[in-house]
Design a protein around this ligand. Structure first.
Ligand SMILES: *Cc1c(COP(=O)(O)O)cnc(C)c1O
Length: 395
């Protein structure tokens, strides 16, 4: 055991169940621990390192902007922020952008925007409908939005203004909609909640319902956006256009940045109604601009789609081999493997021993969220290791 595990125990709040690895270096889809051991990284900073670790595009933007201008406050115009806004707007169905520092903060901003819309256009409506098994973040309001008891119960009472309804059920959304509803907020695919893929026409029906009621549709694409599902944005795969989208994770390629984008209709903030000290600073925006541009110009989403299909077929083969795998599901490079029993922990630890990092999603499921730049060869290596570990579990 490394001395750092002891230091963590002594000095860091025990909120994380850490994997028994101290990471010190990363390159592409590989990371190294403090003993020099190499791992193939199928966690990628939790779907953050879209271009892998220390991609030259990220390193160059960080270094150059770090020597140029890093923070000014939003009292000034700065170039990287505006370049990034222009790039995102011109490659999406949205008209305006706002930048913040994390996914949770992006969702908070989106909900504030929806509440402003409610005050201005919906007679003061303020309630946002979200789904069970969703994940929208860790602030109090976003815990209320997150439809999972385990996140809410330690912190009750919850802030008001959210109702959680059954996922993948248009009827539940219809039933929960009242005169006080200003928006529905959904992940296209629930990621943290289990990689739960809705029925093909669900989002279309939600879109139709929101239009009928005049309420806003917010898509939380913090995990699914920026190429993860095999398209730049998840909504493009479902043939709908949300009114507001939230982004974070993959868009910074490793630096902390979040964003929400809105169509003209929902572009209702006025001067002073929202803000951020760090949000949209030149340093992170220069990196996110370089990352986003690279993703678009090199069709990184296309790679995620092609390599993701290969990963899906490899996982299907493992499922066919082992009765204790009850489901493999995913899209692009967001996949879950679900087991009959609570064996995610030993599978995860077995993979670490053989040099592969996978995420324990639930006691009975693991998640694979590698960098979007991985190759089919990386997939073969990862599924080879996973196959060995599973075979040992079977024996
Ligand atoms: C990770 C995640 C969040 C929270 O983002 P943070 O950057 O951790 O605040 C919110 N929604 C979804 C869908 C996520 O995957």
């Amino acid at each position: 055991m490394s001395k750092w595990t002891e230091i963590e125990k002594k000095y860091y709040m025990p909120t994380f169940q850490r994997m028994p690895v101290v990471l010190v270096r990363g390159q592409g889809a590989r990371v190294w621990d403090d003993n020099g051991r190499e791992y193939l990284d199928f966690i990628g900073g939790l779907a953050v390192n879209s271009l892998g670790h220390c991609h030259p595009v990220v390193a160059k933007a960080l270094a150059e902007q770090g020597k140029t201008l890093t923070q000014t406050s939003n009292h000034f115009y700065t170039v990287p922020q505006l370049q990034l806004a222009e790039l995102l707007v011109n490659n999406s169905c949205f008209d305006k952008a706002f930048f913040c520092n994390s996914g949770t903060e992006a969702n908070e901003g989106a909900v504030k925007l929806a509440r402003r819309y409610g005050k201005l256009h919906l007679d003061g409506a303020f309630v946002v409908i979200t789904t069970f098994d969703s994940f929208h973040g860790r602030t109090l309001a976003m815990v209320a939005a997150t439809g999972q008891k385990r996140f809410q119960e330690p912190y009750t009472p919850m802030p008001s203004g959210f109702v959680n309804v059954e996922a993948n059920s248009i009827e539940s959304i219809k039933k929960a909609t009242t005169k006080q509803t200003c928006a529905v907020m959904l992940e296209p695919i629930q990621a943290e909640g289990g990689v739960n893929i809705p029925s093909e026409d669900y989002l279309k029906k939600v879109r139709e319902w929101c239009d009928k009621k005049g309420i806003l549709l917010i898509l939380d694409e913090i995990q699914t956006g920026m190429g993860r599902l095999g398209a730049l944005f998840g909504y493009q795969l479902y043939g709908i256009e949300p009114d507001i989208i939230t982004l974070a994770k993959g868009m910074g390629g490793g630096v902390p940045i979040g964003a929400f984008l809105a169509r003209k209709k929902a572009d209702v903030f006025k001067v002073g109604e929202h803000g951020s000290t760090f949000g949209g600073n030149p340093l992170v925006c220069a990196v996110a601009y370089a990352v986003t541009k690279h993703i678009i110009e090199n069709d990184v989403a296309g790679n995620a789609r092609r390599v993701g299909e290969h990963l899906g077929s490899r996982l299907a083969k493992l499922k066919a081999k082992h009765v204790f795998i009850v489901d493999v599901r995913g899209r692009g490079l967001l996949w879950a493997v679900e087991f009959k029993k609570d064996m995610a922990e030993p599978v995860m630890l077995g993979c670490i021993e053989k040099g592969l990092l996978v995420n324990k999603l639930k006691p009975n499921a693991i998640r694979l969220i590698p960098p979007l730049i991985i190759t089919k060869k990386d997939v073969d290596e990862a599924t080879g290791i996973l196959g060995d570990v599973l075979a040992r579990q079977a024996g």
